[in-house]
Write a protein that binds this ligand. Structure first.
Ligand SMILES: [Zn+2]
Length: 156
């Protein structure tokens, strides 16, 4: 994207996914001025692979749901969870990949959660990985589909 002031190339400093598309903060590589662009595209066909090999369309709500499980009884707010999920979505868009592994998403979530609540981050890490660090799947009785991670014991 060209800088609107000097026409040099710009770089993206932040991407947010909004209801209408993408909002990107950019900085000109030449004159260093900052500007924001709005792009009316969502996540065209971004797909997620699970460890069992199934592929599904990216769904931000699934990140929020997974985070809600590990942050139960903690002080992390819904807004925090939605901000983390939106941030991850922005990162994936910037990565320009068509397919992303659930394990990559989980790792991004763990990294962000650690800044807000290390206890929840450790829960997520323990929940989504086994002792070798590999992601594990369990069969979810409610949906009759394999799900990433184990149901947490209620340890409070
Ligand atoms: Zn410029």
């Amino acid at each position: 994207m060209q800088c609107p002031y000097c026409r040099a190339e710009s770089s993206v400093t932040e991407t947010r996914v909004t209801a209408d598309g993408l909002r990107r903060r950019r900085m000109c590589t030449a004159c260093k001025r900052r500007f924001t662009t709005y792009e009316k595209v969502g996540l065209p066909g971004l797909k997620v692979t699970k460890r069992d090999g199934t592929v599904e369309l990216f769904d931000r709500e699934k990140i929020v749901e997974a985070l809600a499980r590990v942050t139960a009884h903690r002080t992390v707010t819904d807004d925090d969870l939605r901000r983390i999920a939106a941030d991850i979505e922005g990162r994936l868009v910037d990565g320009a990949r068509k397919v992303v592994a659930w394990s990559d998403i989980a790792q991004l979530a763990i990294d962000r959660l650690r800044d807000i609540d290390p206890v929840s981050a450790n829960r997520l890490a323990a929940n989504y990985t086994d002792e070798t660090g590999a992601l594990r799947l369990v069969h979810d009785k409610a949906t009759d589909r394999p799900q990433l991670g184990l149901r947490l014991e209620d340890d409070d």
